[in-house]
Write a protein that binds this ligand. Structure first.
Ligand SMILES: NCCCN[C@H]1CC[C@H](N)CC1
Length: 292
């Protein structure tokens, strides 16, 4: 380890490690579930790290939070009820609250320390918790979904960490079945779906589990996040049986939504062209994932 540098070393991306110059460590703790660290980087602002894995940086979190939120929310005509599994930093909540049609935002985050640390060190991200439509549940997303009534949500966003650690169950078919049950007919799930450069086998397993579970459409999208491993991150977009969803051509484009939030805090990354482009895959990924 080079003094003054944080290297993201993990068995999930063997032989490589993205590094960031550390100015100062701001917080180090251990929750019931994972090690939690915050450091001030030289060039990416503050950084949140869980079990040695970069979750977000102030400089590029907009790419991930805006895409994982607006890809599903702009794909359904009038989203009213939204559930976020994970997302304890509050960034997805901040993005969901841009949608004026949304009336209810539930979040289920397993680790309360992530919420507290985000509120203290990332106020621009944790601002999402301030929206009056938000109800916070601290607990396991699987248990939350088991207790949820059927057919409630228009959109479920699974903003998870990686399959090694507390989020392991969120990449498996039983969980996807619980999400499908909690969605209304034609409802949409969007999950964090790793990197086509690093995790093709995991992605193929996720795609096949989703194809068996979601009888509407199943699509894979991806975008660039410089501080995630290999510099990209993917998303699984799935809809249940019901009104067809054309993920590639948003029917509820963000540009058409008159929301005063837009004026105070304009989007930094997402727009309708990036939305459509995010479903274009390189040959090796299209062969492995297929498309329907
Ligand atoms: N809400 C913060 C993002 C959580 N998702 C990340 C996806 C990529 C991973 N290597 C780390 C977490």
């Amino acid at each position: 380890v080079i003094p003054g540098w944080f290297a993201e070393i993990s068995p999930m991306w063997p032989g490589e490690a993205h590094s960031l110059k550390v100015e100062k460590v701001l917080f180090q703790g251990k929750s019931k579930y994972q090690d939690v660290m915050v450091f001030q980087s030289l060039t990416y602002g503050k950084v949140l790290v869980l079990d040695g894995v970069i979750q977000l940086t102030e400089r590029d979190e907009c790419a991930y939070q805006e895409m994982i939120t607006h890809l599903p929310l702009c794909s359904v005509p009038n989203p009213r009820k939204v559930l976020v599994i994970g997302g304890g930093d509050g960034g997805v909540l901040r993005e969901v609250s841009r949608h004026m049609s949304v009336e209810q935002i539930d979040i289920c985050e397993i680790d309360g320390m992530v919420i507290d640390v985000s509120k203290q060190y990332f106020p621009e991200i944790a601002v999402g918790f301030d929206d009056p439509r938000v109800t916070v549940n601290v607990g396991d997303g699987v248990a939350f979904l088991r207790e949820s009534p059927e057919g409630v949500y228009d959109v479920v966003i699974v903003d998870s960490s990686d399959p090694i650690g507390p989020a392991e169950e969120l990449f498996k078919k039983p969980f996807f079945e619980l999400v499908a049950r909690a969605l209304r007919p034609g409802g949409v799930m969007c999950t964090q779906a790793e990197s086509i450069w690093l995790h093709m086998p995991i992605i193929e397993d996720i795609v096949s589990a989703c194809r068996q579970t979601f009888k509407g459409s199943v699509n894979y999208a991806w975008t660039t996040v410089p501080t995630y491993p290999s510099g990209v991150i993917g998303f699984m977009l799935c809809s249940t049986e019901g009104p067809a969803v054309d993920f590639q051509h948003p029917i509820n484009p963000i540009e058409k939504q008159e929301s005063n939030v837009e004026l105070q805090r304009p989007l930094k990354f997402y727009n309708s062209e990036m939305h459509t482009a995010s479903f274009c895959l390189p040959a090796f990924a299209r062969r492995a994932i297929g498309s329907n």
